[in-house]
Design a protein around this ligand. Sequence first.
Ligand SMILES: [Zn+2]
Length: 271
Amino acid sequence: MNCLNCNAPLTGAFCASCGQRHVSRPPTVARLIEDTLETLTHADSRLWVTLRYLMTKPGVLTRDYFAGRRNSYLPPIRLYLIISVVFFLLASLPNTDKSAEKPIEIDSDSQICEVDYTGPFAEFVGPRFRAACKQLKADNGAKLVESFQRNVPKAMFILLPAFAALMMLFFWRPRRLYVEHLLFLVHNHSAVFAALILDTISGFFLPASVGGFFSTALVLYLAWYCWHALRVFYEKRTGKAWALFIGLGFLYSVLATITLILTGFASFLAS
Ligand SMILES: [Zn+2]
């Protein structure tokens, strides 16, 4: 019998060449549901093992990945995509705390939209700026917020690779590969987003005072997490890890702020 996927001769239940399990008949709907439930509920499933390691063992998933221990965990990028989709979906839900919402106050008679822009790309930016400004006045920024929320997840695909390149400067000896920094960042962002998902969900049912305490505890945990992840993955001593944590943390804040401002500006011009 041959593998239905790659046609290599079969020697067992799995193909030795491509790894596909041999199934001769199409699956039943019951089988599909069973598979899905197993993935989600089984304590030993890759998803839960990966999430447990991600949240409680900083740096270990990345270290294991490069040590070749990959089969027990979800691949890093897939993990990031799953978590970031859930995170940005939750973040885009309308804020339930209405008191926190402040409408943007713009005097509709003001001439602010008529400002003549003469900087670079004036022919491109000028008309878009005026149109976006009128839109902002008309809908109080609703469209801008919507477009910003849609663009931030995309901007992460620029921020992460850019910051990984910057990290190359911090690790000359022993030299580290670009892809090591990239996957380190992918795992750390997954952990931070997963923690923020927990924070958002807890906000739905915890009283405000307890929720505030929980959020503070999470922020402290995440700071410890990032420091510890540097120690584990880059095999640094405590002091060196602190220096890296502070230096990289500062640079990350700067780069993330610039990214958010540029995303906001691009969202404004496109709204
Ligand atoms: Zn095969």
